[in-house]
Design a protein around this ligand. Structure first.
Ligand SMILES: Nc1ncnc2c1ncn2[C@@H]1O[C@H](COP(=O)(O)OP(=O)(O)OP(=O)(O)O)[C@@H](O)[C@H]1O
Length: 762
């Protein structure tokens, strides 16, 4: 629900709308069905703002005339609700972006590609690249770099075209350390200077200071002296960097010759500075280098990224990484080692940014490309890969989303992306000629794993699975009142409440939830990462992809909705390997509240969520008309809205003869989804209740410390058969209504409503 998806803040629905009665056949002009994913969230609050008297700004020029509805409003037939951008000024890229939606709060950001400045490893097979002998390259893309080529500092490859920009040495955050999505020039500028030639500049400044104090006749000499120091230091650094990169290039060559433990270990030390591989890493890397599709299940923070980064250095073509969130893509880009050039494609980029990224892919200047699963709906995206810019490896991050197992993917609502279900080995092979797929997840049940492996055609023997919980997390549960820092809450108002409380007690804290504008959220994350604030009080919206190594405690103020969510969230702690604390406050109230909310789900604090096709059907308009009207209102600043994931919206070309059966089938499916979510919540609750009430004497747990029993319960759950056997009744009753089956209550309530209101109302 509170996800920052590739569609620029498109929110993922928790529960698709339930159709209790078979709907009447749709009007012929709009014979469209949709799942919840075709929804729009509209926030009409701006409407009232725009109606305020204009006298407050009398001298301001009239606002620009709102553009007319896009004339190019013919959507792809499978996506009837999509709003397309107008690309008339740049027809060359319009096709590529035909699936781009306009997210709410869409803002232009600096291009990722502008920062691809460093040389990468030499990729000998990339004949498409321009070379000194063939400055045009196979693709005919001319590189100015070769025209005035001279030996560049840090330069490992002479085959990759480099923009004329000055090369900077990496400061440890990877190629994209300067990727500035918020146009925050100051931050990156300072960061770079401090980490690069800080000492040199300091000595220069010092000499300047002296200059002011002392006689002016020494000015020239001091000035020169400072500059000399700076140049010397810079030269030393450059020489060191060039030497290091040569070593890396050697190590890469050695692994290409023989992917032995020794050679891979050497590469690890050189590129990452780590002494040894962690459990599962070496095995996974070797499998991938052997071009064997692999399913990798390692705990959060165990180092899964490295398992595709190292192969990316070795394999000849591109490594395509499918990520569910833009934030995650950016985080992973930032953590790429400097020798690997990365890029990403997302709907939040400007058309020219997208076009430039594609150009860089085609000249082989990008080695690892991050994309959202929605990209695979776009035929133009699939067509950018050619014999020369080919894909060696597809990495599916958060691979549990690929599972068709509704319980798994839908329960983890922040990850649920119907588009993931398009990711099938058949598609990747047929359209992208992909030989090897690496699927990675931290949390997946046995059923889910089976599902994912079957969809991606990964043989069962190619499963690498380690314990899904790290043993440096101390798990505890108590019934204590809130006394200190609390991080994860279920509801937005709770985050505000608790952060106010902490703030009143002089703790540096910020709350974080999807109701906070995206820009402020990034800022809060930055402040947290740079230790400017100590506590973040957040909903599930926070933490995905967060790799702050020194998070020492994750505390759940509210019960997570599932063990998957619990494991993901506690996985933010202790990534530096130190003992860290994960405490859960168990309260029945949240549990019952969540449980009942799972049967209701569409309204959310001042925002309306609806299906475009449903609305269109009900007013007798086409989905395109409704979409265009929404766009118009948005352009006029009267509403803001967010489009949800566009997948799984379809047009009925032939009305099925048994329409009622179809409807009943869908209703059943949606009802299963609801039940599944409830079962997952029950399982989480059960684990916590067990810890509090039962385990103390049996499992060596002590007081509120319940690491052994929570670990056991969690691991049993993941190893079990997708928790389908979870009873609706909780064994350890802790609440007045815990024995009541909510579904029965719902049915009874509906029957009452029908009696009361008369059937014609519904
Ligand atoms: N062999 C290693 N030795 C020491 N640290 C490592 C090693 N491999 C990875 N790391 C570090 O562990 C941290 C977590 O790695 P990474 O982000 O790849 O984890 P992950 O498994 O992808 O986690 P998540 O599922 O939460 O995204 C990173 O800081 C990474 O640099």
């Amino acid at each position: 629900m509170e996800t920052d998806s590739d569609s620029g803040g498109s929110h993922i629905s928790a529960t698709p709308p339930r159709c209790q009665n078979p709907p009447s056949p749709p009007p012929p002009q709009t014979n469209t069905l949709s799942s919840s994913n075709s929804k729009v969230r509209v926030n009409p609050s701006h409407l009232s703002e725009t109606k305020k008297p204009t006298k407050s700004k009398p001298s301001q020029p009239a606002p620009p005339t709102p553009p007319p509805p896009p004339s190019d409003s013919t959507p792809l037939p499978t996506l009837p609700f999509q709003i397309r951008r107008s690309f008339s000024q740049n027809p060359s890229i319009s096709a590529f972006n035909s699936l781009e939606t306009l997210p709410a709060g869409f803002c232009s950001r600096l291009a990722s590609f502008t920062k691809i400045q460093k040389p990468s490893l030499r990729f000998e097979n990339d004949q498409s690249l321009p070379t000194p002998s063939n400055p045009q390259g196979i693709n005919g893309i001319k590189s100015d770099a070769f025209a005035k080529k001279k030996k560049q500092i840090n330069l490992v490859s002479v085959d990759v075209p480099l923009p004329p920009a000055k090369l900077r040495k990496c400061n440890g955050e990877g190629n994209f350390v300067r990727l500035n999505l918020n146009n925050n020039k100051r931050k990156f500028a300072n960061k770079g200077k401090r980490n690069k030639s800080f000492r040199g500049k300091l000595s220069y400044r010092r000499s300047k200071k002296k200059l002011n104090k002392n006689e002016t006749e020494s000015k020239g000499a001091e000035d020169e002296y400072g500059l000399i120091i700076e140049n010397l230091e810079q030269n030393q650094k450059n020489r060191r960097a060039a030497g290091e990169l040569e070593l890396v290039e050697d190590a890469v060559r050695a692994v290409k010759d023989e992917a032995s433990n020794e050679n891979l270990g050497r590469l690890l030390r050189l590129v990452y500075g780590y002494d040894s591989f962690r459990d599962g890493q070496l095995e996974a890397i070797k499998m991938v280098l052997d071009k064997k599709s692999t399913m990798l299940v390692l705990p959060t923070g165990a180092g899964k990224s490295l398992c595709y980064q190292i192969p990316a250095m070795i394999l000849p073509g591109l490594t395509l990484v499918v990520c569910p969130l833009v934030a995650l893509m950016i985080d992973q880009l930032r953590h790429l080692p400097p020798v690997i050039h990365g890029g990403f494609l997302s709907s939040s980029q400007r058309p020219e940014e997208v076009a430039e990224t594609i150009r860089l892919i085609q000249v082989g200047a990008i080695k690892v490309l991050f994309v959202s699963p929605e990209r695979f709906l776009n035929a133009d995206f699939l067509s950018i890969f050619t014999a020369t810019s080919f894909i060696s490896l597809v990495v599916v991050d958060e691979a549990h989303c690929v599972s068709e197992c509704k319980s798994e993917s839908i329960n983890r609502s922040h990850n649920f992306r119907p588009s993931y279900m398009r990711l099938r080995a058949s598609l990747l092979r047929a359209r992208l000629n992909v030989e090897c797929i690496l699927a990675m997840t931290a949390t997946a049940t046995t059923t889910t794993l089976r599902d994912v492996m079957s969809a991606l055609e990964i043989p069962l023997s190619n499963l690498i699975q380690k314990a899904q919980l790290r043993d440096n997390l101390q798990l505890s549960v108590s019934l204590s009142e809130v006394q200190s820092i609390i991080i994860y809450c279920k509801f937005q108002f709770e985050t505000d409440l608790i952060s106010r409380y902490l703030c009143d007690n002089s703790i540096s804290v910020k709350s974080y939830h999807s109701g906070i504008p995206a820009k402020d959220r990034s800022r809060i994350q930055e402040l947290f990462c740079s230790n400017k604030i100590r506590v973040v009080v957040a909903t599930v919206a926070f933490g995905m992809g967060l790799d702050k190594r020194d998070v020492g405690a994750v505390i759940h103020y509210s019960l997570p909705e599932s063990l998957e969510e619990y494991v993901q969230e506690i996985g933010r702690a202790g990534r530096d390997g130190r003992l860290s604390y994960c405490h859960l406050f168990l309260d029945d109230i949240t549990y019952f509240r969540l449980r009942s909310l799972m049967y209701r789900s569409e309204t959310k604090q001042g925002q309306y969520v609806f299906d475009i096709p449903t609305v269109a059907n009900s007013i007798g308009a086409t989905t395109i008309d409704v979409s265009n009207q929404l766009l118009n209102l948005k352009m006029r600043g009267e509403i803001t809205y967010e489009l949800k994931d566009p997948a799984y919206c379809y047009t009925i070309v032939e009305v099925p003869s048994d329409f009622c059966a179809l409807s009943a089938h869908l209703t059943k499916w949606l009802s299963e989804v609801e039940n599944c979510k409830v079962r997952k919540l029950d399982r989480m609750f059960h684990a916590a209740v067990f810890a509090v009430d039962v385990c103390e004497k049996m499992h060596g747990c002590n007081g509120s410390l319940h690491t052994p029993c929570l670990q056991k319960n969690t691991l049993d759950y993941f190893r079990g058969d997708d928790n389908c056997d979870v009873p609706n009744k909780i064994g350890q009753s802790r609440g007045r209504y815990v024995q009541i089956n909510f579904q029965v209550v719902m049915e009874a309530a509906k029957a009452e409503l029908l009696n009361f209101a008369g059937k014609d109302v519904l």
